[in-house]
Structures are given as structure tokens and as C-alpha cells.
Write a protein that binds this ligand. Structure first.
Ligand code: 0GY
Length: 296
């Protein structure tokens, strides 16, 4: 992608509402990203979209507006395997952010250690063809084996139609796994639809597979208040509450038509997690266990 000629995308809401729902103290937004700033942290040569700058200060302003305390910053595909923007944002958060990196399979042990010192606690494997050119399973497995020593986990992003094909790969990963956006099920099928059945079978097969109940805006084409998403996802939250995370997905990479109001996303939380106990688990206890275990 040519950064000089390509239009840059604004994929986030300019004035998100202040939510009516108050997250519990210490709540973690466990899936968000930063973009740039491009002048300091250029986007990758293979980026599939070219966003406007959405850096650390903007992320922290949103965190405070929504009533959250911490962020888990996931390296966005537009930054390739250069994690500098993510590391910079984690550094600026002064202990209130940790991260998930995307790494080159040839990364050295010393560089992995540097990422750990910078607050990285996992690596992301992205299988979405519209976002990455290739997803080499053998090299991913090699990385997964190497990061074990650091106590990291693997975050995997895929769509429901390749879940069965991915099963042997997932079975071979030796670390805890976090699945982004529940592997993108078709929520219109409802809580007992084929996609949810397949996803439940995956969770039932391994207790160390966690997931993020995220992105109603990507998964529910009917739009806010995302009733299909709520109907399909709330039984999952109830049944797997010890391994569920939640996040805004800000700045909503590549969203162009249905940019969500982040305040409305937060207001959806009590609809998928109706009790204070569930809310505390998915917003505080679970992400703290994974990303700040030393504070547990
Ligand atoms: C997400 C979703 C998407 C993009 C990325 O790294 C990325 O570019 O993750 C997407 O386009 O579905 O989780 O942020």
C-alpha cells in the first residue's frame, strides 16, 4: 500500500457517548489497538488499510471517558511485525497497559525478551486473508513453542468457516489460547446455531482456550443495539465465565460504514453479563489473571 497516495481511514466515532453502565473498579479493555502516529511509527509495507493516527493519548482519553482503568493493546495488522507503536503506548500508560505483539518467525530470543520487558504478554496469529498475505501454521507453532518460556499466550483471529480446518493446529498449540471475537460466528443463527455449536465444542475440548466477547459491530449486521449478538453471546458468557474477556476494539480497524459508538458498546456489557459477578469476572478478574498475574 502506498502511504503517499492512499486515502487514510477514520474508523472510530468522533464523539462517543458516556455510557450509562459503570464498569467495576479496575476494569480492563482487553482488546484495543493504536495506529501510529504515522510520522513516528510508519505503517507496514503490506498494510491492507491505511488509518489516520489514533495513538496512545487518544486511547487513554477514551479509556477514561468509558470508565475503564487499563488496556490490553493488540498489535494491529497495519503495523506488520514492527511493534514500536504498541510498545510506545504501553510505556506511556505507566503500568496501565499490556500488549499482544505480532512477530516475525525469525525473531531472536533477545527481541522476545525486549518485548516482554516492554509489557507484551502474548503473540497474535491472524488468519484473515483480507488482513494478511499468509498465515504459516508451522512457523506459528514454532513461535508458540518458543514463547512458552516467557509465560505468554497465543491470540488467534480467524473466521468461523475455517474453524474445523484449524482444529489440528489449535490442538498443537502448547500455550493458553485466546480467540478473538469468538472466531466470528454468524450470530444471526442464534445461540444454538451451527457456528456456536462448533465454537462451544472447541471450548469444551480444552479448558485453556479463552475468548473475547467482542465486536458486535462486526458480527451483527442489524446494528445497534445488537440484539442478535446479545442473544447469541450471553449464554456463552454465562457458561464459560472464567475464560471470557471483553474489549472495545477501538479504533475499530478498517471499519468504514458502521463505526460503533464506544459508549453504546459499553452499555451492551450488562446485557451479555447481567450480574455484578459476571461483570467483575470478564472485566477485571479474567484479564488481570492473564495480563497482570503478579497483582493477583
Ligand atoms: C480487530 C479486527 C480487525 C482488524 C485487525 O489487526 C487488524 O488489522 O485486527 C478486522 O479487520 O476484522 O480485531 O481489530
Amino acid at each position: 500500500m502506498n502511504a503517499d497516495t492512499q486515502d487514510r481511514i477514520i474508523s472510530w466515532h468522533g464523539n462517543p457517548s458516556v455510557p450509562g453502565f459503570t464498569p467495576p473498579p479496575g476494569a480492563v479493555d482487553a482488546h484495543c489497538h493504536v495506529f501510529g502516529p504515522m510520522a513516528q511509527f510508519p505503517f507496514g509495507a503490506k498494510a491492507k488499510y491505511l488509518p489516520e493516527d489514533a495513538g496512545a493519548e487518544m486511547l487513554f482519553a477514551l479509556r477514561d471517558r468509558l470508565g475503564f482503568s487499563r488496556n490490553v493493546i493488540v498489535q494491529a495488522s497495519c503495523h506488520g511485525t514492527d511493534n514500536s507503536a504498541t510498545l510506545d503506548a504501553i510505556h506511556k500508560a505507566e503500568g496501565r497497559a499490556r500488549g499482544v505483539a505480532v512477530v516475525d518467525p525469525a525473531i531472536s530470543d533477545a527481541e522476545l525478551e525486549r518485548l516482554h520487558a516492554g509489557g507484551i504478554r502474548g503473540v497474535r496469529f491472524n488468519f484473515l486473508k483480507r488482513l494478511v498475505d499468509d498465515a504459516p501454521k508451522d512457523k506459528f507453532l514454532d513461535i508458540a513453542r518458543r514463547i512458552q518460556a516467557l509465560g505468554w499466550h497465543v491470540v488467534i483471529y480467524f473466521e468461523a468457516d475455517i474453524l474445523e480446518e484449524l482444529r489440528p493446529f489449535l490442538d498443537a498449540i502448547p500455550t493458553l489460547i485466546v480467540i478473538d471475537h469468538m472466531g466470528r460466528p454468524d450470530v444471526a443463527q442464534g445461540p444454538d446455531g451451527l457456528d456456536m455449536q462448533a465454537f462451544r465444542a472447541l471450548l469444551d475440548g480444552r479448558e485453556d482456550i479463552w475468548t473475547k466477547m467482542t465486536c458486535p459491530d462486526r458480527l451483527d449486521p442489524k446494528g445497534p443495539p445488537w440484539d442478535d449478538f446479545v442473544a447469541a453471546v450471553s449464554p456463552l458468557v454465562a457458561d464459560y465465565s472464567d475464560r471470557v474477556l471483553w474489549g472495545t476494539d477501538w479504533p475499530h480497524p478498517n471499519m468504514q460504514d458502521a463505526v460503533p459508538d464506544d459508549g453504546a458498546l459499553v452499555d451492551m456489557i450488562p446485557r451479555i453479563a447481567p450480574t455484578a459477578e459476571l461483570q467483575r469476572k470478564i472485566l477485571v478478574d479474567n484479564p488481570m489473571q492473564l495480563y497482570w498475574p503478579e497483582e493477583g
